[in-house]
Design a protein around this ligand. Structure first.
Ligand code: T1G
Length: 708
């Protein structure tokens, strides 16, 4: 096995290279190797200084996240990186960390235990631990304020956002930006400092008191606003504050206490599940990583409405020239005006330069004809959610598109096989379900039809990453993964208001659970008319005699479509701020009375259980049917597409955390109260619960297959 840490010498400079692909994580053996190499340099009389550098594409990207589960389960002892880093800091010869790619988490902590840091202009450094529900656990909250000052340290440790090289230099984290050959630049820097007293970060206290005490409370207030329900950012702030009150070693002890509190929390387990899940969903059994993919250089989008416009921007943002076609000039102009407004808003907020906006607009060709479609490598249909309209469009583009052009539909629920049947090339047809607003939401549901070719699937999954999306592969059924599950979720929300809960109670209960917004608020955002149109396409499949939601159809008939009409389940002011609508409350009571539904007090707990377990039960069915490959695919779909709190890991991970036996017992109660059809527990859920297993164990079997 190659050395994880290699020791070489260039004349009077020792070079220590960490070589632990793919990201040089501080896996077992790496800290030990670092310590040994530092000792070797100390003992080598010819060595005047030491350079620490990463092999491959990056410096050290942090502790090995895969180890945390073993520590929590007791399989491995707690993290003890501190002594290794201290041996770097106590080296008798100056140590220079040479950073390229990223120095994150334990990687930045290692670099800060060195005496100096030189950095490539494209490198980034950060303490992203809070994104995993953790905080820096190897002195980061104690060294960073000493190098960069309290305010910068608070910002970096509490948000987890990395900083670029220039920012790191300005803040005092880096000592020099090295253009060109990083190693040679670092060696030159090492020769400049050789023989001089090397500053130990832990002794540099001058910046520790550069901020007023209230800065910590302000940081806490910001953290609570930014990460509703999150514990780790507050722990990170406590740890940085400890640096200003305690000597270094005591501060590190306080940091370790806070780190372990976070490590053993359910939030950290959930966020680490989501971290690896976001990567696991790209592994498709039967479609190996080296599957041939099509070269996507030109795109075309049909439809310049909300979705078509957002999809067009997504391609332009990725630097891909894109045609956007409408059927009428007025609709095309409206679509382009929205695109320009969206870009202008980003420029106004400082998120985008004017040049970048102009470049992206220059990549977009608005038109009313199919001119140029014959050169497109992918055509994305984003027209009205109606099967007949979609089939007509696919028949048209089938006649125009070149043979190896991918034909994608942005349908949110309709049958991809039926759409493909309108073409002579079903193997080139695939679903690309974007989420509104398409240029913002990260999730892309890639829906495979029966005939979708492996190369088409592989291309779509790879293209998603290029578009800045997280792609989840779904099988073809009504609603695929996301909307198939959102149907019972919304059904229960509507039943609850018919049974006595107010619209606000239902929305607030799920908001407090951690959802980005309540179910009825989401319905008002997506549009009650959109839900109505989808429902029309599928009501023929509904089982007669089974209770159905009653109010949404009445809201639709009244023209109350939600935010877009200023009223739906709630009323909306000009800034789309919702408020209670007594008319709707009266409508709900009247509807319930006419249906003989007895009104009662409904608790928040029942509200959350019925909505969330409706998701879980349907998710279990999707797993059984193979529509979702793994439970984690469902979790990622809900985190990135429906605002499910990542710190609960997604609906299936949440069910595992609650315990499937408890979830099943709850669902069985609902089955008794509301009837078997709506609440019969999914057989897979019953099987796993009775075997004392989890959805995650179900995944492990799948993962073994996917990696073979
Ligand atoms: N540990 C283990 N595996 C990791 C890893 C890590 N830190 N980072 C990445 N991987 C795996 C990843 O799962 C994937 O595996 C492969 O590497 C490529 O990753 C003590 C407690 C560095 C910006 O949070 O942000 O240090 O799917 O696809 O897009 O105080 O990876 O191929 O099998 O993401 O080029 C803090 C997390 C840890 C950094 C590269 N560090 N990583 O992005 O590649 S906690 C982090 C990233 C800590 C200390 C604390 C990104 C990246 P596979 P990738 P990428």
């Amino acid at each position: 096995m190659p050395e994880l840490v290699e020791y070489t010498r260039q004349d009077d400079i020792a070079v220590i290279t960490i070589d632990n692909p793919p990201v040089n994580a501080l896996s077992p053996g790496v800290p030990e190797g670092l310590q040994k190499a530092i000792q070797q340099a100390a003992a080598d009389d010819q060595v005047k200084a030491v350079v620490l550098i990463g092999a491959g594409s990056t410096f050290i990207a942090g502790a090995d996240i895969r180890e945390f589960g073993k520590i929590v389960s007791g399989e491995k002892p707690r993290l003890t990186l501190l002594p290794y880093l201290q041996s770097i800091e106590d080296s008798p010869k100056p140590v220079i960390a040479a950073i390229h790619g990223t120095a994150l988490g334990g990687g930045l902590e290692t670099a800060m235990s060195a005496h100096y840091r030189v950095i490539a202009p494209t490198a980034q450094v950060g303490q992203p631990e809070v994104k995993l529900g953790l905080i820096p656990g190897a002195g980061g909250t104690q060294r960073l304020p000493r190098l960069a000052g309290v305010i910068k340290a608070l910002e970096m440790c509490a948000t987890g956002e990395p900083v670029k090289a220039q920012d790191a230099l300005a803040a005092g984290i880096a000592d020099r930006i090295v253009d060109g050959d990083l190693l040679q630049g670092a060696i030159a820097f090492a020769r400049e400092v050789a023989g001089k007293a090397a500053p130990k970060t832990r002794e540099r206290n001058e910046k520790l008191h550069d901020a007023m005490p209230m800065v910590f409370d302000f940081a806490r207030e910001q953290a609570r606003k930014r990460g509703r329900g999150l514990r780790a950012p507050l722990a990170a702030i406590d740890a940085v504050e400890a640096a200003t009150k305690l000597p270094f070693d005591e501060g590190c002890k306080r940091e370790a206490e806070l780190f372990n509190e976070c490590l053993f929390s359910s939030q950290s387990k959930a966020l680490i599940h989501a971290f690896f899940g976001e990567r696991a969903v790209s592994r498709i059994p039967g479609i190996p990583k080296d599957t041939k993919t099509y070269d996507i250089r030109r795109a075309a989008v049909i439809g310049a409405g909300t979705m078509g416009g957002g999809i067009t921007m997504t391609y332009a943002n990725a630097g891909i020239p894109v045609i956007v076609k409408e059927t009428a000039q007025e609709a095309l102009d409206r679509g382009m005006a929205t695109i320009r407004k969206n870009y202008a808003n980003s420029v106004a907020k400082g998120k985008l330069s004017q040049d970048a906006m102009d470049q992206r607009l220059a990549l977009i060709t608005p038109q009313l004809s199919y001119d140029g479609f014959e050169q497109a490598d992918i055509i994305v249909e984003a027209v009205f959610e109606n099967m007949a309209v979609k089939k007509q469009v696919f028949a048209e583009i089938d006649r125009i598109a070149k043979p190896d052009c991918i034909l994608a539909s942005n349908t949110s629920s309709l049958d991809v096989d039926e759409i493909a049947s309108a073409t002579s090339r079903p193997q080139m047809v695939i679903g690309n379900h974007f989420f509104s607003p398409a240029h913002v939401m990260k999730l892309l549901e890639v829906v495979r039809g029966k005939a979708s070719g492996k190369e088409v699937i592989a291309t779509s999954m790879a293209l998603a990453k290029r578009l800045g999306k997280v792609a989840v592969l779904a099988g073809n059924c009504f609603g695929f993964i996301g909307n198939r599950m959102v149907a019972p979720y919304l059904r229960e929300a509507q039943f609850l208001v018919e049974e006595g809960a107010s619209v606000e109670q239902v929305n607030d209960a799920l908001y407090r659970f951690g959802m980005a917004m309540g179910p009825l608020a989401m319905d008002d955002l997506a549009g009650i008319d959109v839900g109505h149109a989808i429902h029309k396409e599928f009501e023929r499949f509904e089982k007669p005699g089974v209770r159905k939601p009653l109010v949404a159809d009445r809201l639709y008939e009244m023209g109350r479509y939600g935010q877009k009409t200023g009223s739906g389940w709630s009323k909306y002011d000009a800034n789309r701020k919702p408020s209670h609508d007594p008319e709707v409350a009266e409508l709900i009571e009247k509807t319930a009375r006419e249906a003989g539904i007895e009104r009662r007090q409904v608790t928040s707990e029942e509200t959350v259980d019925r909505c969330i377990y409706a998701l879980v039960n349907e998710g279990a069915r999707l797993l059984e049917e193979g529509i979702a490959l793994r439970a984690v695919d469902i979790d990622i779909t809900y985190i990135y597409g429906y605002g499910f709190p990542a710190w609960r890991g997604g609906p299936m991970f949440h069910a595992d955390t609650v315990g499937l036996k408890n979830v099943l017992a709850c669902i069985r109660d609902f089955e008794k109260q509301h009837g078997p059809y709506l609440w019969s527990p999914a057989p897979l859920l019953v099987r796993l619960a009775e075997a004392g297993q989890t959805f995650e164990s179900f995944d492990q079997e799948k993962e073994r297959t996917a990696r073979t």
